[in-house]
Unconditional design. Sequence first.
Length: 317
Amino acid sequence: MEPLEESRSNFMFATEQVIASSHAMMQETTNPDMQLDEVEVQKGFLQIAQGLEFLHDAKLIHTNLTSNAVVINAKGDWKLCGCAYLTNVSEITSDRHWAWEDDEHALPEMMRRDVDVMDPVYVMDHKVDPSNDMYSLGILFFMALHHGAKPYQTYGSISAMCTYVEELSSRIHTSTWDMLGSDAQSTCKGVGKKLGLTDLMKDILMHLITRKDTDRYSAKMFQQLPYFNSMLVRILKFMERESFSTRSRSEQVQFLRGMYKMLPQFSMALLRRKLLPNVSTTKTHSSCWKPPRTRHCCPTFFRMSFSSQSTSVRCDA
């Protein structure tokens, strides 16, 4: 974000373009360009975990990690925001060990913390810890797999949350555990419902949405899980400017020559929003774009032209 500029009658600042919150993208059903696919979910949650690791290393806890606190920019990157309730663990004393404000209920609903994503350890045990955010991350991951539906809805009631949480231990290892509350309807059509919850997905959920915080993944451990390091995700990570520019020229050429074999596995929306902008920036490396003219080195995708608003980007291999 650019520095704030102040005039007599205005405050002005500039930020990067944001296309939607993750909440809106999770619930999208009509616009294919706005719907999340599994690769975007994997890469997006990696980025949120990186943000949480940064906060936790600084002894800061988000405490209100909702789907609206995650925004997605024009390049498809997920960004953490909504830090109004950021809590510094080092400032928590024995007489103020819980950061819940008594007057929070007097605030408008949109300004309150969402009980549906709050950690029971935080609410019931009054413990402020980085694991609080990891529980909330587990709820968000569940929502991403179920088209925005939550495992339970409390409607702001702490007692309702306590009731649902008590069911975790009895349902967590059953085939129906992902329907903890009657509010998570079977009509959901998210990634998890389309593909079925894989063992990897279930294992992640079981190590985040827990009553006790001792068995939860940390933000750093979360980033190392195999599910979030698939081949397609590694391609996206390699193509990031910070990563690609540090590679040797031979590594860049080898990568670009072989990447086209994986392109059919990406959705068109992800190709347009994420991969194509990254590929276009590498055209400055001329040697990377002059491979031998064989049928293996001219992916059709690079010859396609996409229009973004008034600007047309064309990449010719």
